[in-house]
Design a protein around this ligand. Structure first.
Ligand code: PRT
Ligand code: ZN
Length: 225
């Protein structure tokens, strides 16, 4: 049976944020016995359980109160909040800290043979993305009518494959865009990993533990500056 007094933290199981999340928990003094296939890892020195899941599931787990805390990219958080709001589901979280890893930007890109393009070029075009809600909101704010094509991977091949005219995807070094003959345009969102909390966590023991962890997090971040 699960112990309701244990603080539950959701992190990415395997991917770009996993190692940094595990390192951060270690720096906060959380001792974990991470066995590869386990969904839940119990801390051995404090009442903390770490759930290792796909990053896309993290905002929902925190919003629904299944987990008290989560570490996730702001890109995934903002998309998930917009998606849930559209379905009239609770989309509230408290952002406790912006973390110093997972930086990337969500940007528009198009075939480089088209050269520099004004935003008005996108009118009536098809844009492939994994982040349709963020993109739709951006296009609406800019007064552009374009359609979105949802792809959960390999977004960068969409123009070449004839699936879309352009893309809106995450970029860090720009190497993927370059390798696919795409030119980077407008940045729609800048993103870092962040620590989020369920706003209705109502448990004194968990709160007391969180109150000891947050100053440690601050100290870890200051030590890096
Ligand atoms: O399996 P799961 O669903 O958990 O993982 P995932 O495959 O959805 O995510 P993952 O592990 O790739 O990324 C997790 C998070 O890392 C993202 O949500 C971002 O917050 C952050 N992040 C930081 C990035 C990048 N940098 C990044 N460069 N996520 C993805 N990319 C991809 C991008 O989509 C593109 O394909 O890397 C490619 C571009 O990189 P560059 O360096 O060539 O520009
Ligand atoms: Zn994912």
């Amino acid at each position: 049976m699960s112990d309701n007094n244990r603080l539950r933290i959701a992190i990415q199981k395997s991917g770009r944020l996993s190692k940094d999340c595990q390192d951060l928990l270690k720096q906060l003094g959380v001792k974990l016995n991470l066995r590869e296939q386990r969904l839940i890892a119990h801390a051995t020195n404090m009442p903390i359980d770490v759930l290792r899941v796909r990053d896309d599931d993290i905002p929902g787990l925190v919003m629904d109160g299944v987990c008290d805390l989560g570490i996730v990219g702001e890109n995934v958080l903002v998309e998930s909040q917009a998606e849930r709001a559209a379905q009239s589901l609770n989309a509230e979280v408290t952002k406790l800290a912006k973390l110093d890893f997972g930086y990337c930007r969500l940007a528009l890109a198009w075939p480089q043979e088209l050269g520099q393009l004004p935003l008005s070029w996108f009118e009536g075009k098809k844009i492939a993305t994994t982040y349709p809600e963020i993109l739709k909101q951006y296009l609406k704010n800019q007064g552009i009518n374009a359609s979105t094509v949802l792809l959960s991977g390999s977004v960068e091949v969409a123009p070449r494959a004839g699936l879309a005219d352009a893309i809106c995807d995450l970029v860090s070094t720009g190497a993927t865009l370059e390798a696919n003959g795409l030119l980077q345009g407008e940045t729609i969102l800048e993103s870092n990993a962040c620590l989020i909390q369920n706003p209705s966590m109502d448990n004194q023991q968990k709160q007391a533990l969180l109150d000891t962890l947050l100053p440690r997090l601050k100290a870890v971040r200051q030590a890096k500056e």
